[in-house]
Write a protein that binds this ligand. Structure first.
Ligand SMILES: NC(=O)c1ccc[n+]([C@@H]2O[C@H](COP(=O)([O-])OP(=O)(O)OC[C@H]3O[C@@H](n4cnc5c(N)ncnc54)[C@H](O)[C@@H]3O)[C@@H](O)[C@H]2O)c1
Ligand SMILES: [Zn+2]
Length: 685
């Protein structure tokens, strides 16, 4: 690769990973297998090491995946919640051990090996033994306060048991995972299937989706469970035992559900043996596991090694490869997506895989079928990584019948018959017809869905009817529906029709980010839509944005939005059809509510801020929001290009670096003054 290509590849990897993070952490609907996600991340990390010049501080390799979502209070963890470095290989686990030996400068130390629970991370705080709070990992610094929902978990005690062997500290944050048992997962999915609702791919996603329900009574109907294994902030700190092994005993003594078993190991061989044993036993555990976690046992040694920006140096996750099974491919069908992408789907002879029956699997795209030479009638191996949507991995050529013909990808869209196209540089084959009924249906469904305009009464079945009748051919048509027409859809539908029309009318003034998300621009999820709404303040301003609004000196101006996403957004609006769509929506009376935080400010345009230490009243996110709302950029590391470092108490190396480089250092009060002066000026103009 040339340097430019390398830089492009890295930007592309960052954008892709950001998108998968959004799908996984916030929407609990991952599109790719963990193994593939981990491979992308590894590729990026390797490139960053080789080309540090092209690395950016906001890279997904440097941050903890962010699960925070709408409708919850943020809560700052007293001690950060971290991720874990991971590996799939014995050799790398040996290397990890060798690194510990080097860094600790000794051969003798104990390690513990624990199951790696595939749930969602949570921190539970007990004050004087009483349960006071439960918070998700969030971005590691602050998470969503899910206390009300966590209180519905029957196995989570509201009071810790104290004993002479395990005294209860004044205050402790205990880390663990919330999960759903396989049976409960199947029960809920079966219910959803009957109700015609979308199914969850695995227990982790369903647990993640459940804990983020805004109504605790819904949560209470699902039997969430919890397992606790780790320690966060503790007061007084001497109150805790000196090893991870003992801590495990204490957690049990306090009456908390914890991992079934812990292994102790003294060298790499013992670690690997314990992992093998765990791999056999894990099927009998109450929760799904996706690996083992290997940790230094002595807390003092853990402290010596410390942590990187996202993971402790004293622990390593060993992930198990996903389960595979062989079965016969009966047929390949083609699905039409929202943007016209034709996705081939494998229709399989049903097979048992990781505890469920699998009869369909994704084949990704035309090239993938050709590359693997997958043919109808073949015997294929199917994998279910992390229990996500199964994928066809390979063909067993030995079993191929001589009559098996190569698969010919259809040249026409199966929904509308239009000749499919492949845009240069893209893997996807698309139906280019904007009025393709399946595409329209999916676009409108997306627009009306809860994650977008959230229009009540406009569920998938209703959208199907509107499109079928030909009343809705594009999004703006929704705002011109005819009441008399709607009344023909059934008997006694006066009331529901009026309700639907009122909900559609009300959606005209929904928040701007909902419309941005609702347009269905590739790569733009809710998080990005919110950032865009804050920065641009209107649909037309977003449609008119040029590359300068996104990138300056090749650095992204809006945090979280890089070149790939910027290209996707500009590409979307470069298309006259989409421009017209925005104009038509506005002409139909759409008038989105804009964010209140001084959207589109220019005070700090072109300036980069670095936040460090604890600010007196603002959380880091609040400060970052204020800076970004005024057009500034927040970066994670100090360089000569940094305009200001905003320092609070306990500011560390960043402050020192700023002083060394002569970067201006300000405090929260000064930041507020700058913003207030600007507001005053704007107010008088
Ligand atoms: N498929 C996708 O699109 C997608 C997207 C994002 C992330 N992911 C998956 O998630 C992983 C990254 O997520 P992550 O940052 O949550 O890391 P992780 O799940 O690989 O490991 C870190 C987490 O493990 C949990 N954990 C479970 N048992 C533990 C134990 N006994 N001790 C300590 N911690 C334990 C903790 O919550 C900790 O935060 C990736 O490696 C990837 O596999 C997948
Ligand atoms: Zn079509």
């Amino acid at each position: 690769m040339t340097p430019t290509e390398t830089e492009q590849r890295m930007a592309e990897l960052r954008a892709n990973l950001a998108r998968h993070d959004e799908l996984y952490y916030r929407q609990a609907e991952p599109e790719i297998a963990d193994r593939d996600y981990d491979a992308l991340k590894r590729e990026l990390a390797d490139l960053e090491e080789e080309y540090p010049l092209f690395a950016v501080a906001t890279s997904p390799t440097q941050q903890v995946g962010d699960d925070r979502s709408e409708g919850f209070q943020s809560y700052t963890h007293r001690e950060r919640m971290m991720s874990l470095d991971n590996t799939y290989s014995d050799d790398e686990m040996r290397e990890f051990h060798a690194r510990l030996v080097r860094e600790l400068e000794r051969e003798e130390f104990s390690l513990v090996v624990e199951p790696k629970i595939d749930g969602l991370a949570v921190s539970v705080t007990y004050e004087r033994g009483k349960l006071v709070r439960a918070v998700t990992r969030g971005n590691g610094v602050e998470g969503d306060d899910i206390t009300a929902n966590a209180r519905t978990i029957a196995t989570l005690p509201t009071q810790l048991k104290a004993s002479a062997d395990a005294p209860v500290p004044d205050l402790i944050e205990i880390r663990g995972e919330i999960y759903l048992s396989t049976e409960e997962f199947q029960r809920i999915n079966a219910e959803r299937e009957e109700a015609g609702e979308a199914l969850y791919a695995n227990p982790r996603n369903l647990a993640a989706g459940t804990i983020k329900q805004l109504d605790p009574s819904v949560v209470a109907q699902r039997k969430l469970e919890i397992v606790l294994y780790g320690r966060g902030y503790t007061e007084p700190v001497e109150a805790l035992p000196e090893t991870q092994q003992q801590f495990f005993q204490w957690v049990k003594a306090w009456g908390l559900p914890t991992v079934e078993r812990q292994w102790v190991a003294h060298n790499a061989d013992e670690v690997l043996a314990a992992i093998r044993e765990l791999d056999v036993l894990r099927e009998s555990f109450a929760y799904a596991t996706d690996g083992a976690v290997v940790k230094l046992d002595a807390i003092a040694l853990q402290r010596t090694l410390g942590a990187t920006s996202k993971a402790p140096r004293w622990a390593m996750a060993y992930k198990f490869e996903a389960e595979r099974a062989e079965t016969q491919l009966r047929n390949i069908t083609i699905q039409v997506g929202r943007t016209g992408v034709l996705t081939p789907v494998a229709e399989l002879e049903p097979v048992q895989l990781a505890g469920t029956t699998v009869s369909r699997a994704t084949l990704h795209n035309r090239d993938e079928i050709a590359r693997k030479d997958i043919r109808i009638g073949d015997f294929v191996s199917v994998e279910k990584a992390g229990e996500i949507i199964p994928a066809v991995i390979a063909v067993n050529l030995q079993k191929r019948a001589p009559t098996c013909e190569p698969f010919v990808f259809p040249e026409q869209c199966p929904a509308c018959g239009t000749t499919a196209i492949q845009v240069e540089g893209e893997v996807a084959v698309r139906c280019p017809n904007r009025e393709c009924p399946v595409q329209v249906r999916r676009r409108v469904q997306h627009f009306a869905s809860r994650a977008c305009l959230d229009i009540e009464g406009l569920g998938e079945a209703m959208v199907d009817q509107l499109v079928e009748q030909g009343w809705v051919k594009c999004l703006p048509d929704l705002y011109h529906l005819d009441r008399d027409n709607l009344l023909t859809l059934g008997k006694n539908v006066d009331k529901s029709t009026d309700k639907l029309l009122a909900a559609i009318e009300a959606s005209k003034t929904a928040e701007l980010w909902r419309f941005i998300h609702g347009l269905g621009i590739t790569h733009v999820g809710t998080a990005a839509a919110k950032d865009l709404a804050r920065v641009f303040g209107s649909l037309t301003a977003l449609a008119d944005a040029t590359i300068e609004h996104y990138l300056r000196d090749k650095e992204s101006v809006i945090s979280g939005i890089g070149k790939t996403m910027a290209d996707a957004i500009m590409g979307f609006f470069a298309d006259d059809y989409n421009r017209q769509l925005v104009n038509d929506l506005i002409a139909a009376g759409v008038n989105p509510e804009t964010p209140t935080t001084g959207a589109g400010g220019t005070l700090f345009a072109g300036q980069t801020f670095v936040l460090t230490g604890t600010l007196p009243t603002l959380t880091r996110n609040e400060a970052a929001d204020m800076i970004e709302a005024a057009g500034g950029k927040v970066s994670g590391s100090v360089s000569k290009k940094t305009s200001y470092v905003v320092a609070g108490s306990e500011a560390g190396s960043k402050l020192a670096k700023a002083e060394k480089l002569g970067v201006t250092v300000i405090d929260e009060a000064e930041l507020r003054r700058m913003l207030a002066d600007d507001a005053a000026v704007q107010g008088t103009s």
